[in-house]
Design a protein around this ligand. Structure first.
Ligand code: SF4
Length: 308
């Protein structure tokens, strides 16, 4: 029987996502012409749908936008795409997270000093496309330790290692160690963002206390998927859910022993989705589960609403 619902100390919207949403909302309010977001403003369907309902368009290529204002998402973009947009006389509003822009600054600086960059990240992620676009001839992307180890000898080359903001902390620590062994002269730039670090550390604290961790987030959210994998490795079961509607009450009944469930959420997940998940779990427990929130671990409550 479900007795405890423990919420991760750090979860949900990060600074960069809040900022991008505020910029997009402000732009939609101020502009009289057509407003289009390039790619998903953040990787969450509920947020994307909300903008669609407000009449803000969405495009995945500048080729599909011919007028008005173009908003760049929190994940950033290659400078060449901004130039193409301006060439089409689009007004560009840049909502790139400052912690992604920081990687652009590092790369521009070291590449101008003759470095080649090895970037550890998902080659298909929007953030990686934007990063590579800043110095396409001077960056090699690797997404695993095997890919890193298969790179050329490069002993006579100045090298820098950067990393996707939402990378797995322990995987990057491993990659960093291997890189230093292979190229003792490599310079390491740990560009994993603070929000990622806090959310992953919080999951590592939470997972040993529960039998299942539910991570609220979209399938397209890399940081949400990573929180699931960390949970699985620690407590044996991590499940990614888009909303409360995805919860199957049998998850808790089938083992008969699930007494504690943990909840976290990706950096692009709005709070209301997490609140709905808590309410659904309290309902499944017949109103008997305690909801233990960040910083209030001793507080015992009967329902989710009573803790708000
Ligand atoms: S996860 Fe980190 S880098 Fe990405 S938007 Fe949030 S704060 Fe910025």
């Amino acid at each position: 029987m479900l007795k405890k619902i423990i919420i991760a100390d750090h979860h949900g919207f990060c600074m960069g996502v809040k900022r991008a949403i505020n910029i997009a909302e402000e732009t939609a309010r101020q502009e009289t012409g057509r407003v289009t977001i390039l790619n998903e403003i953040v990787h969450n369907e509920a947020v994307v749908d909300k903008f669609n309902r407000q009449g803000v368009g969405q495009a995945f290529s500048v080729d599909d936008v011919n007028e008005g204002t173009l908003i760049i998402s929190a994940h950033g973009i290659a400078p060449g795409i901004i130039e193409s947009a301006r060439a089409k006389r689009l007004k560009v509003i840049d909502a790139t997270c400052p912690l992604v822009s920081r990687i652009y600054t590092i790369i521009n600086k070291i590449v101008s000093n003759g470095y080649h960059v090895i970037h550890y990240g998902d080659p298909n992620h929007d953030e990686t496309h934007g990063i590579v676009g800043h110095a396409p001839d001077h960056i090699t992307v690797v997404s695993s330790r095997e890919e890193l180890l298969s790179l050329p000898d490069w002993q006579d080359r100045k090298l820098g290692l950067t990393v996707q903001t939402t990378a797995h902390l322990e995987h990057f620590a491993d990659v960093e160690k291997l890189a230093k062994e292979k190229w003792p002269h490599i310079e390491i730039f740990n560009t994993i963002c603070n929000a990622t670090t806090k959310r992953q550390n919080a999951i590592m604290d939470l997972a040993p206390q529960v039998e299942i961790v539910l991570v609220v987030g979209s399938k397209s959210s890399a940081n949400s998927r990573r929180l699931v994998r960390i949970s699985e490795a620690i407590c044996g079961r991590g499940i990614l859910i888009g909303s409360a509607a995805d919860i199957d009450a049998d998850w808790f009944a089938e083992r008969g022993k699930v007494e504690a469930v943990g909840i976290s959420a990706g950096a692009s997940t709005p709070d209301f989705l997490v609140d709905e998940v808590i309410e659904r779990l309290v309902e499944i427990s017949g109103g008997r589960a305690r909801v233990i929130r960040p910083g209030k671990k001793s507080r015992i409550t009967k329902t989710a609403r009573s803790t708000q």
